[in-house]
Ligand binder design. Structure first.
Ligand code: ZN
Length: 351
């Protein structure tokens, strides 16, 4: 097999797991970052180079009915709520089309991998697999039983539970045990509508929790002691009135925090937007926020050795931004500008 051509990118490289801004180049061959060097090369692309995002929590299935009326969380996404009604009323082809369009938008806005919480049982998983065909995205799908079904789909990466409050303890316990026997990961929404489902979720020893926007210091201490990572979705929390996660406290407690855009019907699956909000509202720590949107997300899916940062040997899932765009020109801190203001219109190339 012929070796693929080497691609060279010159400029400011957001390099390594500490995301330091280094002047130089990277070389890419067969999709892998081969080399980082400081000399000037005859490059294919030039600009500000950073790893692409990992969207650690999204629901793509509701892409076909965006921007519903403002409703309380339970009326919107709870059992029997607006979302489940809309899903039931929307033809299959339209749901798949919505997923497909969101996937394309994720690629265009710099995401390379994502974790989807899939409703609708095995059929829901099949729809996403169909939408994913030919898409340059790495998908981790967590399924759950469809309406009236007892078992969760086995044909996917994991089990994604809405909240322990939506199901009896017995049913949740059986689903988790089944998933573990099948070697699947387990992710659970918790601390979104209230704090009362956090401890019950923790006792199930999930691989990660989603939201914890209602969690208090004691809850976060318990999560930290259990060593369980958390995925936060602040824009979703603002839209549903679920409060905002205390990300500063999570970091203080040593919890690994990743970031997701949650339901597409509420917010675009654009990680730049999530990152801006997280940075401006919850944590003035550019390095930490960028890590949450990249490397920590990769860790959630067990791929932090392959994705999430620019290092020799890792996959070249990178994007090149235009340092000379009206938006980024005059930056005195490349990483800060990415975290605080960069957007899809600054992207020159996506690899
Ligand atoms: Zn969710």
């Amino acid at each position: 097999m012929p070796r693929s051509r080497e691609i060279l990118i010159q400029g400011t490289i957001i390099y390594g797991d500490d995301f330091s801004a280094e002047e130089g180049y990277i070389s890419i061959r067969d999709g892998i970052i081969r080399e980082f060097g400081r000399e000037h090369v005859d490059a294919d692309f030039e600009g500000l180079v950073c790893p692409r995002f990992v969207n650690a929590h999204v629901h793509l299935g509701d892409s076909a009915f965006k921007d519903p009326p403002y409703l309380p969380l339970s009326d919107l996404v709870g059992p029997g709520g607006l979302k489940s009604k809309m899903l039931g009323d929307t033809p299959r082809a339209r749901i798949v089309e919505g997923m497909r369009r969101s996937l394309e938008q994720m690629v265009a806005t710099g995401t390379c991998a994502f974790v989807d919480f899939r409703e609708g049982g095995a059929e829901g998983v099949a729809m996403l697999v169909e939408a994913l065909e030919g898409m340059p995205l790495l998908a981790r799908i967590l399924g759950r039983p469809g309406a009236g079904q007892k078992d969760a789909p086995k044909s996917c990466w994991g089990l994604g539970i809405s909240s322990t409050r939506d199901l009896s303890e017995e049913v949740v316990g059986a689903l988790v045990a089944q998933a573990r026997r099948a070697g699947q990961a387990v992710g659970i929404h918790a601390g979104e509508a209230g704090r009362d489902d956090i401890l019950s979720a923790l006792t199930l020893q999930p691989d990660f929790l989603v939201h914890l926007s209602r969690a208090k210091e004691d809850d976060l201490k318990s999560v930290s002691r259990a060593g369980i990572p958390v995925v936060v979705c602040p824009r979703s929390n603002l839209m549903t009135g679920a409060g905002l996660p205390d990300v500063k406290m999570m970091v203080h407690q040593g919890i690994s925090v990743a970031v997701g855009t949650d339901n597409v019907m509420l917010n675009s699956p654009d990680m730049f937007e999530e990152m801006h909000l997280l940075n401006k509202v919850l944590l003035h720590d550019d390095r930490q926020v960028f890590k949450m949107c990249t490397l920590n997300g990769a860790k959630i899916i067990g791929l932090d050795q392959r994705l999430g940062s620019i290092l020799e040997g890792k996959e070249a899932k990178v994007m090149v931004l235009n340092k000379n765009s009206n938006n980024l020109w005059g930056s005195v801190s490349p990483l800060s500008s990415i975290v605080r203001r960069a957007g899809p219109s600054d992207i020159i190339a996506i690899l």
